[in-house]
Design a protein around this ligand. Sequence first.
Ligand code: GDP
Ligand code: MG
Length: 174
Amino acid sequence: NKSFDYDLRIGIFGAGGVGKSSITIKFTHNMFIEEYDPNVEDEYTKEIELNDKKILLKVLDTTYPQEIYDPFPRWVEYSQVFVLIYSIIDKYSFDEILNYHNYSIKKIRKDYPKILIGNKSDLTMKREISIKQGKELARNLNCKYIETSAKTGENINQLFYESSLLAFEELKNK
Ligand code: GDP
Ligand code: MG
């Protein structure tokens, strides 16, 4: 029965097929599997250290499409930081980020901690969204932008490190 200095909670959001489950499981279990059930919402945990503190990191892998009224408010309540994910090979998923922001999350919580993720960076030949476009959207949302690959593992630790820092700040502000 371990004790932790803090629990932190990260919410994973984004359109279907962008890699929400893949990113989560790559980080928590260091595995990449091609098929996850897109309809299962689950919480994963991992022990990390942050600023010499023992942290139990909780990651909520959400499903899509997301209902605006229920269960969306529950997810907003849960998340100390919002990881907004699109796929760099899927313009639709990129456009969906603004829809989440404007019509879902922001309606419930005005200025929320977030990070923008362009996933599937390994699929460069199929890229539809440039790094410049990603950075531009992040500037508009007032958050950081990271490109990741759940397949190669590129920047996956970085994603969760940055997210944990934001979640920790959020915890301290409450
Ligand atoms: P979710 O619906 O957002 O949870 O997406 P999934 O995690 O189920 O991923 C959808 C599909 O994209 C699966 O076939 C994954 O194997 C694939 N995928 C996810 N991330 C990556 C990535 O970084 N690179 C590549 N090449 N495929 C990925
Ligand atoms: Mg999924």
